[in-house]
Design a protein around this ligand. Structure first.
Ligand code: F6P
Length: 357
């Protein structure tokens, strides 16, 4: 039954054998996959598992944690907590880096993760996910926060798990993006979606339009044009989807193309975006770029942003390449002031929502 199938272990051996420390990276990714299987088992029990509801605590961002947020975080830490492979870990749920048990030399990798992205959707039985990123740790010292502040281009591996009707692990080690489906009966991840390719053109966008009045003019212009459909400058109709679970929205884009935007907005001027650079934006950007898509802040390539803080937020615009280039162009025209004819009335020069905030 397994003849001709590629399991995750076989894939990792084949794709990492030319790396010096490929065995260690493969070992770490197998640990991540084991954590993902455990989280899949928990989320898959739904209300029967007794883990629905709030934990009664807040994370570092002041957001209420669900019981599953806390459990998924613990599962990731426990499965990967061995210094032979990782030197340190950082999680969206923890303010400081997580110390790793030591019984020998410090490992060569740093593991960064969002244990349960979109967790507010769990009670509605909507897909949620785990997002992870692997960076190198160059020193032989125990890592401190500054060691994690590496731009996304330095990631050696990244991916996400989606806990949907099927559990999938979507992974890149810098040689394309590949999808594995969990064979629940056997407990194996099997390569089902090799070399995923995001179509460069699309007619589908994903954005939380309830924030429209807070967006910057280039994003307003882009979405207004999409909504105008065949009667507007795009001369074709667009479709809109918003699951409010980043992995689910991104997974759809990997499967059939599209654009995902959580852009800069002015709801809270202290926050340049909603999503976190290190735990969400960078790993997903690596996956998307390796699938032929693009990922941007609107003003620059996401993976070139040098993090200043472990929990930094960032505008995220990613998906089909031609659309991302268009949105970046709109940001450029806005900066140069050549986009005035296209601006929404909400952003007229004297408007309350002037973007020069
Ligand atoms: O960052 C968590 C998250 O749930 C993402 O997974 C998702 O894309 C976004 O927030 C949803 O935001 P909103 O509540 O504004 O729709």
């Amino acid at each position: 039954m397994y003849t001709g199938r590629t399991t995750l272990s076989k894939f990792l051996i084949e794709h990492l054998q030319d790396l010096d420390d490929g065995g260690q990276l493969a070992g770490l990714l197998v640990d991540v996959a084991a954590a993902v299987k455990t989280i899949a088992a928990l989320t898959g029990r739904g209300a029967l598992g007794g883990h629905h509801g709030d934990a009664g605590s807040e994370n570092v961002h002041g957001e209420a944690q669900t019981k599953l947020d806390v459990l998924a975080d613990t599962i990731m830490i426990e499965h990967c907590n061995w210094n032979g492979l990782v030197a340190g870990m950082a999680s969206e749920e923890n303010e400081q880096p997580i110390p790793v048990e030591t019984d020998g030399p410090v490992g060569r990798y740093l593991l960064v993760f969002d244990p349960l992205d979109g967790s507010s959707n769990v009670a509605m039985n909507v897909s949620v996910g785990t997002i992870f990123s692997v960076l190198r740790h160059a020193s032989s010292e125990t890592p401190v926060a500054a060691d994690f502040l590496q731009p996304g281009v330095r990631q050696v591996a990244a991916g996400y798990a989606i806990y949907g009707p099927a559990t999938m692990l979507v992974l890149t080690v810098g040689k394309g993006t590949h999808g594995f489906t969990l064979d629940r009966e056997v407990g194996n991840f099997v390569l089902t979606h090799p070399s995923i390719a995001i179509p460069p053109e699309t007619s589908e966008f994903a954005i939380n339009t309830s924030n429209e009045r807070f967006w910057e003019p280039p994003v307003q212009r882009y979405v207004t044009e999409c909504k105008a459909g065949a009667t507007g400058v795009r001369e074709r109709d667009f479709n809109m989807r918003w699951i409010a679970s980043m992995v689910a929205d991104v997974h759809r884009i990997l499967m059939r193309g599209g654009v995902f935007l959580y852009p800069r907005d002015f709801r809270d001027p202290t926050r340049p975006g909603r999503l976190r650079l290190m735990y969400e934006a960078n790993p997903i950007a690596f996956v998307v770029e390796q699938a032929g898509g693009a990922a941007s802040t609107g003003r620059m390539r996401l993976m070139e942003v040098v993090p200043e803080d472990m929990h930094q937020r960032i505008p995220v615009i990613l998906g089909s390449r031609a659309e991302i280039e268009r949105i970046e162009r709109y940001h450029g025209e806005y900066e140069q002031g050549t986009d005035k004819p296209y601006r929404s009335p909400l952003f007229k020069e004297r408007s309350l929502y002037r973007a020069e905030v």
